[in-house]
Design a protein around this ligand. Structure first.
Ligand SMILES: [Ca+2]
Ligand SMILES: [Ca+2]
Length: 457
């Protein structure tokens, strides 16, 4: 185990710059007040307030509770008594994160009159927005073509929408454009059998060379929808539509045959009237994905699931990140020294990374657990920023090589400490941690990445 001085030195070099740039605001839709300062102990009441006044380097924490027109007033124009979107146009480095996906709920109360999304993301200069760990429900019932919880329009870039649950949420996501827009590891479900919804609409047909649209739609699970995923059937927008599961729908993949710039691979459509409206490559199957209990919102794979190690390694610039349950996306689950993502929202992995005692002036302990024996050593990565790489031979590596802080070797299972200097200017620093362990497998060794931990000070 290495000493701690390297960690402290690295923090001293990098942290003040990064820390000074990020503001955090907390929102509590029931106990909050928009005249508060927005700290965790004095939270704001509305997301709208949190997203007004500062449009850069901002993390908005949605505490448990229900947000919407009939609760805290979000997405409602009181003066004019009508629905209202929240525009994220022009935001840079924004993260909206639910504290708990099961209880941080945005309920739109049936809004269906707002085109271009209730969270609208678009325009040149809109860069690096992440929306995660939230439940969105009850929207777009009547106006399926335009009203959605989230959409993107041309000009935005580096958009990452993942780990959210959409219930009765019309077209959960509509992409009219954007560069490096990723929508992945989300669950979209409906409480009615096949309502007239299109779950995901990738409508980048207005592509032009200046916008350079590029979209990644992978590892989502869609249940009880009229149409599953529709895509741009013309022009040159690049799209990857991979590793999605569509269950109990009418048409899984509507439209005509995808043009050459669409990568449609390794999807599963099951119990749909028409799984695919057109001829697809053999990696797109009609087979029971064997999920544990869809009726009870348990989307893990059962043993023997055809999802296991059958996904397509999407070359997304943001790396494939974590699955719906917080596991590393793209783990070599069958130990054959080729890491492939699984299909759906659950990635089978045998590596687990946790941290305790994390904070300013504390000595955090990163513990790497494994259900199996590792050959060691492991490498621990800590980095600012979230851009990573997708290495097909290893899996999803979440660190950004350009901001890699340091690495330490240890055995796995094992722990490494990281002491954070007692420096108040570090408050707000965002850091990403991941470990890779070397496992002895049949015929050689296999690298096993852990999930990417999102840490803040
Ligand atoms: Ca494998
Ligand atoms: Ca896998």
């Amino acid at each position: 185990m290495k000493t701690l001085s390297l960690a402290a030195a690295a923090f001293a070099c990098f942290a003040p710059v990064a820390a000074a740039q990020t503001a955090h605001l907390w929102v509590d839709p029931s106990a909050g007040n928009d005249t508060n300062t927005g700290t965790r102990t004095a939270p704001l009441k509305t997301l709208e307030k949190a997203l007004t006044g500062r449009n850069f380097d901002l993390v908005v924490h949605a505490l448990p509770g229900t947000y919407g027109p009939k609760t805290n007033g979000d997405f409602w124009d009181t003066a004019n008594n009508k629905s209202k979107k929240i525009s994220l146009n022009g935001f840079k480095n924004l993260k909206i994160v639910g504290e708990d996906r099961a209880t941080s709920i945005i309920d739109f109360n049936g809004i269906d009159d707002v085109w271009y999304g209730l969270f609208g993301i678009g325009g040149v200069g809109t860069d690096n927005i992440e929306i995660t760990n939230l439940t969105f429900q009850n929207v777009g019932i009547a106006t399926v073509w335009g009203c959605s919880p989230v959409n993107t329009t041309a000009g935005c870039k580096n958009i990452d929408i993942h780990g959210n649950l959409f219930i009765d949420a019309g077209s959960a996501f509509i992409c009219w454009g954007g560069f490096d827009v990723a929508f992945h590891d989300n669950v979209i479900t409906s409480t009615t059998a096949t309502p007239t919804f299109v779950a995901i609409r990738l409508r980048t047909q207005y592509f032009n060379a200046a916008d350079g649209d590029r979209t990644y739609c992978y590892n989502n699970v869609i249940i009880n929808h009229h149409h599953g995923i529709s895509y741009a059937s013309r022009n040159l927008a690049l799209q990857w539509i991979c590793n999605n599961v569509i269950l109990n729908g009418n048409i899984g993949f509507p439209g005509s045959a995808p043009p050459a710039h669409v990568v449609l691979e390794s999807n599963i459509a099951w119990n749909c009237t028409t799984p695919y409206s057109y001829t697809v490559s053999a990696s797109n199957r009609v087979v029971d994905p064997l999920l544990v209990d869809v009726a009870k919102n348990d989307f893990h794979q059962k043993a023997g699931s055809p999802c296991f190690e059958k996904g397509y390694p999407v070359p997304t610039a943001l790396s494939m990140r974590n699955d719906y349950y917080g596991n590393a996306r793209c783990s070599d689950g069958d130990d054959d020294r080729t890491a492939l993502p699984d299909i759906g929202v659950h990635e089978v992995t045998d590596v687990d990374l946790n941290v305790t005692n994390w904070g300013i002036g504390k000595s955090g302990i990163f513990t790497n657990k494994s259900s199996t024996s590792f050959a060691g050593p492991a490498v621990f990565f800590f980095a600012f920023g979230k851009a990573g790489i997708m290495a097909p031979s290893v899996g999803s590596i979440g660190f950004d090589p350009a901001t890699l802080l340091f690495s330490l070797g240890t055995s796995v299972p094992g722990s490494v400490p990281l002491t954070v200097p007692n420096d108040p200017t570090l408050a707000g620093l965002l850091l990403y941690a991941q470990s890779c362990g070397l496992k002895s497998v049949s015929g050689g060794f296999s690298w096993k990445p852990s999930a990417v931990l999102d840490l803040e000070l």
